[in-house]
Design a protein around this ligand. Structure first.
Ligand SMILES: Cc1cc2nc3c(=O)[nH]c(=O)nc-3n(C[C@H](O)[C@H](O)[C@H](O)COP(=O)(O)OP(=O)(O)OC[C@H]3O[C@@H](n4cnc5c(N)ncnc54)[C@H](O)[C@@H]3O)c2cc1C
Length: 510
């Protein structure tokens, strides 16, 4: 959980970036920027601040305590020690120079309730926008329930995570986090407080549910399905390349991928981390799957390891409930250390030996360049997600793997870092996307420079999403990198936002 101390340092997780509405001058296509004549005067800011009971916070750059004239050795050390943790910063999607941000961390209300409509009857949880994953799991657990949330305990559940899709250890059983959402309370770009569900403001409901965070409005609360809890089986399996040939290593990798469709079809999520020195399933999670069944799904891989004489570490256990399995087996995810790229792989790739072998070759390319390769093995097809109505990227429905590549951040060598960024966009992601170009990528965990991002992140939903944004955010108050409508703006190095020429034409069309 965030402390007041971190809060003072300007944490960005849980913020919604709002671009100031004023344009620099009558005929300018740029947003008003700090220092411009049109920038609100101190008295305007003061009046605004009074209207929100003094709750405005003037932000400073995160690293301020590490630089003169504000250098503070103690604060700087705290910042450096926490630099790799996601609470400190993540991907910059909710930040912007001269932008207003909405701090959602105090919206912590959790209410467990009963829900009944023609699409779903059962338990539900109404969560304030600031509720973090672990807080939702604990509240649900107290009532004998479990909820679909991410692997990281601190990721906000009603924010960008559920609004962008949201994969989970429980997703092969219940669907994505977006598939759980029954209702949103939201303040739209016209300043209206709206309820959006399958009966009211249904277009807004559809867009908010999978169409990306920070685009249509500020979510105040989310009501999502909560499921009866029960035993959860989990297992881990790890081996390294020590004393084995590359061919033997990749033989096992290929075999694991061959079995992935049948693993996820049992309601199991399997998290696999590969580097050029190790293979690790950590963990494979089977909610409601008997331990023996879960073990049988990985047995072919263990048999192959025995046959090849590869030593491995293996542990499996059944837990009484989801929270116990989550606390015991979820790996710590560090995000400040790396840049990412990703692609969703349809099951047809693994089902055909020739394309599965091509996948192995692609993984070899990625690992040979020093990147790590993570597979989130998951099945969120229509049969699993059930009766849902949302804007989740359709590529998810055919996928059995969200594959994620990462390379380490070069903190001290900007030129090398830029070269790695190019490599991610032009070599690593294409080595996967060429296997299934018609698929797409998960917008919450992808290359922020993904070419053709509208198709890759939103698929056939993009145009409808853009129209819905125009209805609920006609002044483009909300902006996020790669969010719907973001291609209509350019961001200068200074951070200034200006409309692209094509956007000015589009403005008249919508
Ligand atoms: C450590 C870590 C682990 C992760 N694990 C998983 C995982 O297991 N599964 C998974 O699917 N993803 C995972 N993610 C990715 C995660 O889904 C994205 O980072 C997501 O964008 C987080 O949303 P946020 O609201 O917490 O973050 P932010 O960066 O604050 O927001 C992301 C976007 O959502 C918008 N937004 C935030 N709150 C609101 C709101 N109340 N109303 C409207 N818009 C809002 C922001 O403006 C921004 O555009 C992980 C990320 C991290 C850092």
């Amino acid at each position: 959980m965030l402390s007041l101390k971190t809060l003072k340092l300007g944490v960005f997780v849980g913020l919604v970036a709002v671009a100031p509405l004023t344009e620099a001058s009558g005929n300018s296509s740029c947003r008003c920027f700090y220092g411009d004549d049109c920038w609100p005067s101190d008295s305007t800011w003061n009046a605004f601040n009074q209207s929100v009971d003094g709750r405005l916070v003037a932000t400073v750059p995160l690293a301020t305590p590490c630089h003169t004239p504000n250098y503070d050795a103690k604060e700087c050390k705290v910042l450096k020690d926490g630099w790799l943790l996601p609470e400190e910063h993540y991907n910059g999607k909710s930040t912007g120079a001269s932008a207003l941000s909405v701090w959602t961390h105090h919206l912590k209300d959790i209410e467990i309730k009963d829900w009944k409509d023609k699409h779903y009857t059962g338990k539900a949880a109404k969560l304030g926008a600031g509720v973090q994953g672990i807080e939702a799991y604990e509240a649900a657990h107290k009532q004998g329930l479990r909820m679909v949330g991410g692997e990281c305990p601190t990721v906000g559940i009603a924010g960008g995570y559920s609004q962008g899709g949201g994969h989970s250890s429980l997703a092969s059983k219940y669907g994505l986090a977006a598939d759980q959402v029954l209702e949103w309370e939201v303040i739209d770009g016209n300043g209206r407080f709206l309820v959006a569900n399958r009966n009211q403001n249904t277009d807004l409901y559809w867009a908010l549910t999978g169409g990306g965070g920070g685009t249509y409005g500020v979510v105040w609360s989310m009501t999502s399905k909560a499921h009866p809890d029960g035993p959860v089986s989990g297992l881990n399996l790890t081996f390294t390349t020590t004393n084995i040939s590359d061919d033997a290593f990749f033989k096992v990798v290929e075999l694991y991928n061959t079995h992935l469709p049948s693993i996820v079809d049992e309601g199991v999520m399997s998290l696999n981390f590969l580097s050029n020195t190790s293979f690790s399933i950590s963990p494979m999670t089977g909610p409601g799957v008997p331990l023996k069944k879960l073990e049988s799904l990985i047995q072919p891989v263990r048999d192959e390891l025995h046959r090849l004489g590869i030593k491995y570490v293996y542990e499996s256990e059944v837990f009484d409930h989801y929270l116990a399995q989550f606390n015991a087996q979820t790996p710590l995810v560090e995000v400040g250390v790396a840049q990412y790229g990703s692609w969703l792989l349809p099951r047809s790739i693994m089902q055909k030996p020739s394309t599965n072998h091509e996948l192995t070759n692609s993984i070899r390319t990625v690992l040979a360049r020093g990147a790590t390769f993570t597979t989130v093995g998951i099945n969120v097809a229509k049969e699993v997600s059930g009766d849902v109505y949302n804007a989740v990227n359709p590529a998810w429905r055919n996928a059995v793997a969200h594959t994620l590549m990462s390379t380490t951040w070069e903190f001290d060598e900007p030129k090398k870092m830029l070269a790695k960024r190019e490599e991610m966009t032009n070599v690593l992601v294409p080595s996967l996307s060429k296997l299934a170009p018609e698929s797409g990528a998960y917008l919450n965990e992808a290359d922020f420079r993904q070419p053709n991002f509208k198709q890759a992140f939103y698929g056939e939903n993009y145009d409808t999403l853009r129209k819905i944004k125009a209805k609920y955010d006609p002044h483009c108050l909300f902006y996020g990198l790669t969010a719907v409508g973001s291609d209509e703006w350019t961001i200068a190095e200074s951070g200034r936002m200006c409309r692209t020429t094509s956007a000015q034409a589009l403005r008249h069309e919508i």
